[in-house]
Design a protein around this ligand. Structure first.
Ligand code: NAG
Ligand code: NAG
Ligand code: NAG
Ligand code: NAG
Ligand code: NAG
Length: 258
């Protein structure tokens, strides 16, 4: 009987000890957890997050799909609606790496992020030399812009389009439509008429000039002063807001990824 009592006391004692330990852990765990986060997450040379942040280790893929116009002549002769066939994906593997990283002494860090794209034929429906019949985007953009411009500019532009023999549909290789670009007279002329149109050395491509380049200089919070600010953007290319749109849309906020 005495032995049984002893057993009960010991079991009970161990039970209580475990309960107390459990309660302590339950109470302390969030503190320990946030301590570990606070210690390791903020960006700093050699911190746990730094390597992941600097060279994003995940394989990033960009998949491009085109609408191929298969009856351009019939459409232009107004014999039928345009027939569009979706073709894709044409896949590019992408690498994002942060360069020229400067640590500022106010819990921010400044960098440029270089994005590189390489075509992956094994993940694509065809080669980068496939020819796509597509709308002549610079011409359509010009035409749309002309709808709300002065009559004089409209006449000048119409003559220009006639002289440059712009067509509604063009045939270009996938690589030309994507990164390589193709020569286009309107992209030379447009910035002369309208200073807001970016200069592209006379080339047009949906991603022309985007390979192996960066999108400007970013300054982001390291999260050291407050973890909730981790990797949020302080300013971009020296400004805290854009000037392309109006109001809210110009805001620079959030993070550049994830
Ligand atoms: C796209 O359509 C054209 C006809 O306009 C055709 O000649 C061409 O082969 C098509 N391209 C692809 C990649 O299927
Ligand atoms: C980083 O700095 C070097 C030296 O100033 C410069 O040559 C290089 O173009 C910079 N990299 C980027 C992505 O701007
Ligand atoms: C911190 O310093 C950088 C570089 O001097 C500056 O661009 C940034 O605006 C500063 N950030 C804050 C929050 O003061
Ligand atoms: C992007 O640039 C890299 C290096 O400059 C080159 O190897 C690669 O083929 C280019 N990618 C495309 C899609 O042109
Ligand atoms: C960033 O600013 C520089 C000079 O202020 C400018 O040349 C560059 O085009 C800007 N970058 C972007 C992506 O707008």
């Amino acid at each position: 009987m005495w032995a049984g009592f002893k057993k009960t006391v010991i079991t009970g004692g161990v039970g209580i000890a475990l309960l107390v330990l459990g309660l302590i852990l339950l109470y302390c765990f969030p503190l320990i957890f946030s301590y570990i986060i606070q210690k390791n997450l903020p960006l700093a040379k050699g911190s746990m997050s730094y390597k992941l942040w600097k060279d994003i280790p995940l394989p990033l893929y960009q998949k491009i799909y085109f609408f191929n116009v298969t009856n351009p002549e019939e459409f232009l002769q107004q014999k039928s609606k345009p027939k569009l066939v979706e073709i894709g994906p044409y896949t590019y593997r992408s690498w994002w790496t942060k360069e020229n990283i400067t640590w500022n002494n106010n819990d921010t860090v400044t960098y440029r992020e270089v994005k590189k794209y390489v075509f992956k034929p094994e993940l694509s429906v065809g080669s980068e030399n496939d020819v796509i019949t597509t709308v002549n985007f610079p011409m359509l953009a010009a035409a749309s812009w002309l709808r709300n411009t002065s009559p004089l500019e409209e006449i000048a532009a119409s003559i220009l389009m006639f002289l440059t023999r712009e067509k509604i549909f063009i045939q270009r290789k996938v690589k030309q439509l994507a990164y390589e670009g193709y020569p286009d007279l309107l992209t030379v002329i447009a910035p002369l008429i309208h200073p807001d149109v970016p200069k592209t050395h006379g080339y047009f491509g949906w991603f022309y000039g985007k390979n192996d380049t960066d999108d400007g200089e970013f300054t982001v919070f390291t999260g050291k002063d407050s973890i909730s600010k981790f990797n949020t953007i302080k300013n971009w290319n020296g400004t805290q807001s854009l000037k392309y749109w109006t109001g809210e849309c110009n805001k620079i906020a959030g993070t550049s990824e994830y």
